[in-house]
Ligand binder design. Structure first.
Ligand code: GTP
Length: 605
């Protein structure tokens, strides 16, 4: 297939708007998969994806489609739908010239529709607007077309209507892809040396990393030597082909084609999404837009049972092989033992990773409350030497620099998009304000729904923002966010002391306006979960030497004499003395026995 007979496109949609169903129908239609296996959703490979019905890893399929007597090669690039994976979405989109913007005709435009539309728009993709689920009685195509016009200026006459479930209207969509989406010939060149864009990869135990690529310039065959622009490492191509969606080896991948190759790459970190590979020794301008996916949410992961430590390490390593965006550092906690601090792209990413650890690797883990990275600028020659620079990236509160060397602190912000029925306007504004949000825009999407943009600290949304938003709007609100980078903010480290002794695991970084509130709630929570002991326990929350909150747990007095009926007074004295000594020993060590369960209760989400 010459480039002008190829179309590279993807489907973008809000969760559950029917992307996988439509993809399945397209594959069935073109004979790539058999019709008998209904609702198989072949593109969603991982078990987690099936269970949660979400697409995590981008998958792709090449199909041959006949339009007006001509055969075309259509490459359907399946993108992950969720905000955590927006970098992967954007990389996958850069391998395409067009995108099907799929909107549920019943639910209308949702937050992710907006975010994905702008990603496609900024990637200069031709957009094919499609309404799905028109078979539903509650579908309201006219109203949704109007929303598409209001927000994206899409001409209502251009909007196609399908029922992916029933397979209705699918040919019209494929015809529109052939007619309207430009061929990759616009950006590809047959006659220049090889340049390929890597837009997805996964690990295969036998062959190493399998890379999914778009051949932008030139062509590639088995035995070619190719070099990564990012790492400079060179590999020999062992095997290549197209996905139909099964791997189908072919001798060459030509300009404009999408396919896979393996080259004995042993580490997914050497096959980074967005990297450009070129012919060994050739001069090459890397394709633009490469950036390494940055972890934005960190959490401690510990084995439930320390004896499982080695097995868990192996399980994490295996998963990381398949997910180059997870970062791993060892971490130790006196309460939870040896573990790791893992960096993730977002909250869903943590959940997916944990679920995969449990399901695919059979691991039992404790995951601590997630936190975001902070930037701290410091002064003082010594501190700068210790931290190897005047800017410190803190991903673990225990490593927060001393107050007297801190010059300024900053935290990551996001631009959040919320779409909801307008009845909830007041409640949502309240929630965003409470989470330190700054309103950027509010407008009507249609007669009954609003779209709001808020600038929010990432820290305020990592834990329960989305759940709170969902429950306060009876599930109607949708939310998505994009990264705005770091901004200055007054942050402090909040410590928890038990009888004057800090408990490092319980330290957190907080915005100064919220220190008191958070400190108080931590104290209350500890009071409820810590078991009573033989002596009083003072729980304090403080910043430096400044105590912000305090509460006590009264002592239980164990009646050591309960079993002595009458009898010898010296025996009673002995028992009482031993009890007093025991108490002294505990206090002497400052030793509050905090059971592991308490930590798990408090540190777990
Ligand atoms: P993510 O992978 O999470 O992005 O979801 P998705 O967009 O791929 O949605 P999926 O294809 O899994 O469909 C979501 C639900 O909508 C499923 O229960 C489908 O059966 C249903 N669905 C999809 N298309 C149609 C349709 O045309 N009509 C009706 N009635 N239901 C549909």
């Amino acid at each position: 297939f010459p480039p002008n007979m190829i179309r590279n496109f993807s489907i973008i949609a809000h969760v559950d708007h029917g992307k996988s169903t439509l993809a399945d129908r397209i594959l069935e239609f073109t004979g790539a998969i058999s019709k008998d296996i209904k609702n198989k959703q072949v593109l969603d490979k991982l078990q987690v994806e099936r269970e949660r019905g979400i697409t995590v890893k981008a998958q792709t399929a090449s199909i041959i489609y006949e339009h007006q007597g001509q055969k075309y090669l259509l490459n359907l690039i399946d993108t992950p739908g969720h905000v955590d994976f927006s970098y992967e979405v954007s990389r996958s989109l850069s391998a395409c010239e067009g995108a099907i913007l799929l909107v549920d005709a019943n639910q209308g435009i949702q937050a992710q529709t907006v975010a994905n539309f702008y990603l496609a728009f900024t990637n200069d993709l031709t957009i094919i607007p499609v309404l799905n689920k028109i078979d539903l009685k509650t579908a309201n195509p006219e109203a949704v077309k109007e929303q598409m016009f209001t927000l994206f200026e899409i001409d209502p006459d251009e909007v196609l209507q399908v029922s992916a479930k029933l397979g209705k209207g699918v040919t019209a969509v494929l015809d529109a892809v052939v007619k309207n989406v430009p061929s990759p010939a616009v950006k590809c060149n047959i006659n220049t040396p090889l340049r390929i864009l890597l837009f997805d990869s996964w690990f295969d135990r036998y062959r190493g990393v399998v890379c999914l690529t778009l051949v932008v310039d030139g062509s590639m065959k088995k035995g070619d030597y190719i070099t990564s622009s990012h790492s400079g490492k060179t590999y020999e191509v062992k095997d290549l082909g197209i996905l139909t969606p099964q791997e189908t080896p072919i001798p060459h991948l030509y300009t404009g084609q999408v396919g896979y190759f393996t080259a004995n790459i042993r580490d997914t970190k050497d096959a980074l999404v967005g990297d450009t590979f070129h012919q060994r020794g050739a001069q090459c301008q890397p394709l633009q837009g490469f950036r390494q996916a940055k972890p934005m949410v960190f959490a401690g992961v510990y084995p439930m049972d320390q004896r499982e430590h080695t097995a868990l390490k192996a399980a994490i390593d295996r998963l990381c092989l398949n997910d180059g965006s997870v970062t791993v550092q060892t971490e130790a906690s006196s309460a939870l033992g040896q573990g790791w601090r893992l960096g993730f792209l977002g909250l869903l990413h943590i959940d997916v990773f944990n679920q995969r650890l449990e399901q695919e690797q059979g691991a039992q883990v404790i995951t601590t409350t997630p936190s975001v990275p902070y930037k701290v600028r410091i002064r003082g020659a010594r501190a700068i030497r210790d931290y190897r620079g005047d800017e410190v990236m803190v991903t673990n509160p225990t490593l927060w620099p001393d107050t007297n060397v801190i010059v300024e602190t900053s935290e990551p912000f996001v631009l959040g998009t919320i779409i909801a029925p307008d009845d909830y306007l007041g409640a949502i504004i309240g929630l965003c304000q409470e989470r330190r949000g700054v309103q950027q825009e509010i407008r009507n999407l249609d007669a009954s729904r609003i779209i709001m943009m808020y600038k929010l600290p990432l820290n305020e949304i990592v834990i329960d923002f989305f759940d709170t938003l969902k429950s306060m709007t009876s599930g109607y609100a949708t939310f998505d966010y994009e990264d705005l980078g770091f901004e200055l903010s007054t942050l402090e480290k909040l410590d928890i002391l038990l009888n004057g002794h800090p408990v490092p695991e319980l330290s957190t970084i907080v915005h100064s306006s919220q220190a008191r509130k958070i400190g108080k709630s931590m104290c209350e929570k500890l009071k409820d979960t810590l078991p009573k002991q033989m002596f009083q326990i003072a729980i304090q929350a403080c910043i430096g030497s400044n105590i912000l909150a305090r509460t006590n747990i009264k002592a239980v007095r164990k009646d050591v004499l309960a079993k002595c009926y009458g009898g010898d007074i010296t025996r009673k004295m002995k028992l009482l003395k031993r009890q007093a000594e025991g108490k002294k020993r505990m206090k002497m060590y400052g030793n509050i026995e905090v059971p592991k369960e308490t930590f798990i209760d408090i540190l777990k989400r």
